[in-house]
Design a protein around this ligand. Structure first.
Ligand code: SAM
Length: 288
């Protein structure tokens, strides 16, 4: 399809459209619009969007990333909380026949029903420049519901992206890394500075891609493993044994913790931050 006017993704057209509609950016909704076409192309490329793909975009805003996604994909379903953007989108997304916008809070929506309606039998690709104030709830909601999703490619705070993609032993490695990595393989695709947005966010950003795993790590009780992981990172300076025995939600004695760590072939002084996901799964299966 020919690019409709105004084509967004640059500071000039974005400020003009905001001015034209006298739109005051709402900080409480994390509204930082992308104004760099290179970054927008990069997101579409990192998400590997092609003409057969259905895309779920969270937070289309004034429709910037939506235009780029709709140029590449078969269909784009958007979920946006701020209905006051509707009059802007009526102009910026006019003429596109492959875009549907649902005006809802993404955390309250039945995403399974939405995906099944628009992408029956298939697996949708989630792509977004996320509102940073709810990055983790949105990601965990997408992952834990085990929705028919192929991948999630999102712009988030750089610091959160580094935590998600961290390796064991790295200072950023923690409960969030493992919570995401249980469901997906994560890769950092790009670093993005604040000047690529209008208004500029206070933090640096990064694009991260998460490919949903077809086969998860085998573990008898995934909920128990999650509790163990939470406990292991609750006090980073303590040893794993100390963290486990002092976690109220686990009810594990020091002897049981020591025996399990020894059975894994690890020293008694080991800290949680050095264990990989398969090691946490093994620990979970050994502990009572
Ligand atoms: N996609 C646009 C872009 O890249 O320029 C805007 C991205 S902006 C960082 C985040 C968008 O998410 C805003 O449009 C905001 O209104 C929307 N948003 C915030 N909270 C939301 C929620 N709970 N559900 C759906 N959309 C939300």
């Amino acid at each position: 399809m020919e690019k409709p006017a105004p084509w967004l993704g640059n500071a000039k057209n974005t400020s003009e459209i905001l001015k034209k509609y006298d739109f005051r950016v709402r900080k409480k909704f994390g509204q930082n619009f992308l104004v760099d076409s290179f970054v927008l192309d990069k997101i579409v490329a990192a998400a590997d969007i092609g003409p057969e793909d259905a895309v779920l975009e969270i937070g289309p805003g004034i429709g910037t990333l939506t235009q780029y996604l709709a140029s590449a994909a078969k269909e784009v379903i958007c979920v946006e909380i701020d209905r006051s953007l509707e009059r802007i989108q009526a102009e910026t997304l006019a003429g596109w026949d492959n875009i549907t916008v649902i005006w809802e809070d993404v955390l309250k929506l039945d995403l399974r029903a939405l995906i099944e309606e628009h992408c029956p039998g298939g697996r949708i690709k989630v792509t977004a420049n996320l509102p940073y104030y709810i990055t983790t709830p949105i990601l965990m909601n997408l992952l834990e519901q085990e929705l028919p999703i192929q991948s999630i490619t999102v712009m988030i705070q750089k610091e959160v992206a580094e935590r998600i993609a961290a390796e064991p032993g790295n200072k950023n490695y923690g409960a969030l890394t493992l919570a995401v990595q249980y469901y997906a393989d994560a890769y950092l695709a790009a670093n993005v500075p604040p000047n690529c947005f209008l208004p500029r966010p206070e933090v640096s950003s990064a694009v991260i891609r998460m490919d949903i795993k077809k086969d998860r790590i085998p573990v008898k009780d995934p909920e128990k493993m999650k509790k163990i992981i939470r406990a292991a990172f609750s006090q980073r300076r303590k040893t794993l044994v100390n963290c486990l025995r002092s976690a109220e939600e686990l009810q594990i004695t020091e002897e049981e913790a020591e025996a399990a760590v020894e059975k894994l072939g690890l020293p008694a002084s080991v800290r949680g931050e050095t264990l990989s996901l398969p090691q946490f799964a093994a620990l979970s299966d050994i502990l009572p």
